[in-house]
Design a protein around this ligand. Structure first.
Ligand SMILES: [Zn+2]
Length: 341
């Protein structure tokens, strides 16, 4: 194993800034681990790969076992979504921080995949159960590195897939997924003077504009394949063709592989629509078609909506599992505005 930290190509101003700030910490963490081999490092086997976890070197409210269980759960959700953990070997450094929550996370292509994440010294298992950050970071491993102008697809994928993957794994209630999307997705809409996703590098367009691309793509793929394929199939194919964070790809190559896997042209078509034009999405119509509404802060489900089956397939996972769930749930489909779990 090389002792040298490979520096990823510099990509984007804020990303570079974060990287430059975090690099000394990564170097310290790496050299510390090399000076004291195994002292706080554990290797976890996960489906399709392994994770070399370095635990905080100071007292925490959480035990090492708690932290390792959290890592396994996050990796399990990501592995289940993609069919395997996206990289063979991930280096994960958990650092202690102030407070009682999971704090900042960042992911690099270094040595096949490096994640740095901070956990508060007072954090409890409840904070870990509610955490989304580590799953978000692990999803970054499952897509090739893009040029600066396509940063929106990297963040959009993590923003969209994270709650969906956690729901599929039973780690997040389905209504929480849709509540987040209904409340937060409008931040991804184009504003005045928008020049499309490749040229409008605001926070809202990068994270939620990217997530909106993913949601619309998922629904369109399912519409055109009679709900037999979804974005998940496209993303699995990209990883299956070696499209992981340590690889620098053109966006067109990734989208073409994804489209081939679903037998559609949805990703490339939607990219042409969204890359250099505002292209607002009628989200109210979309929620309505999927049978979703937010009433007094709670999500309601209409199983008679034209695309209710698409909505259910998104959060129920692989197609076989989705089909089985669909049959199990069909007796409930006549209850208008029923709950869902
Ligand atoms: Zn991210």
């Amino acid at each position: 194993m090389t002792q040298v930290l490979a520096v990823p190509p510099l990509r984007q101003t804020w990303r570079n800034l974060v990287f430059l700030l975090a690099l000394p910490i990564a170097l310290i963490a790496t050299s510390g681990q090399q000076l004291q081999p195994g002292s706080q490092t554990r290797t976890l086997q996960v489906p399709g790969g392994e994770i070399e976890v370095t635990l905080p070197d100071e007292p925490m409210a959480l035990s090492s076992a708690d932290l390792l269980t959290w890592v396994k759960n996050c990796a399990g959700a990501v592995a289940a979504y993609y069919g395997r953990f996206p990289v063979d070997h991930l280096i994960l450094r958990i650092r202690a921080g102030s407070g009682s929550r999971v704090g900042h996370g960042v992911t690099y292509p270094t040595r096949g995949g490096l994640i740095l994440i901070t956990v508060g010294r007072e954090a409890t298992t409840q904070a870990l159960a509610g955490d989304w950050v580590l799953t978000h970071e692990m999803i970054h491993l499952a897509f090739p590195s893009m040029a600066d102008e396509h940063h929106w697809i990297e963040e959009g994928l993590s923003t969209y897939v994270e709650p969906v993957a956690r729901a599929q794994a039973g780690q997040l209630p389905v209504d929480e997924v849709w509540k987040q999307f209904i409340r937060l997705m409008p931040q991804g809409q184009p504003g005045a003077g928008d020049d499309g996703l490749d040229h409008t590098h605001t926070w809202g367009r990068t994270y939620w504009g990217g997530a909106m691309f993913c949601l619309v793509a998922d629904v369109r793929i399912r519409e055109r394949t009679k709900n037999r394929k979804g974005l998940q199939d496209a993303l699995r194919a990209i990883v299956g063709n070696g499209g992981v964070i340590s690889e620098d790809w053109e966006i067109g190559r990734a989208l073409a592989i994804g489209d081939k896997a679903t037998g559609t042209g949805v990703l490339q078509e939607l990219y042409r629509q969204m890359r250099d034009k505002p292209f607002p999405v009628d989200l109210d119509q979309l929620w309505n078609n999927l049978g979703l509404a937010l009433v007094d802060g709670a999500v309601t489900f209409n199983d008679k909506a034209p695309e209710a089956t698409i909505r259910r397939a998104i959060t129920s996972g692989s197609q076989k599992r989705g089909a089985r769930k669909e049959r199990l749930m069909s007796p409930r489909s006549n209850s208008y505005l029923s709950g869902e779990n």
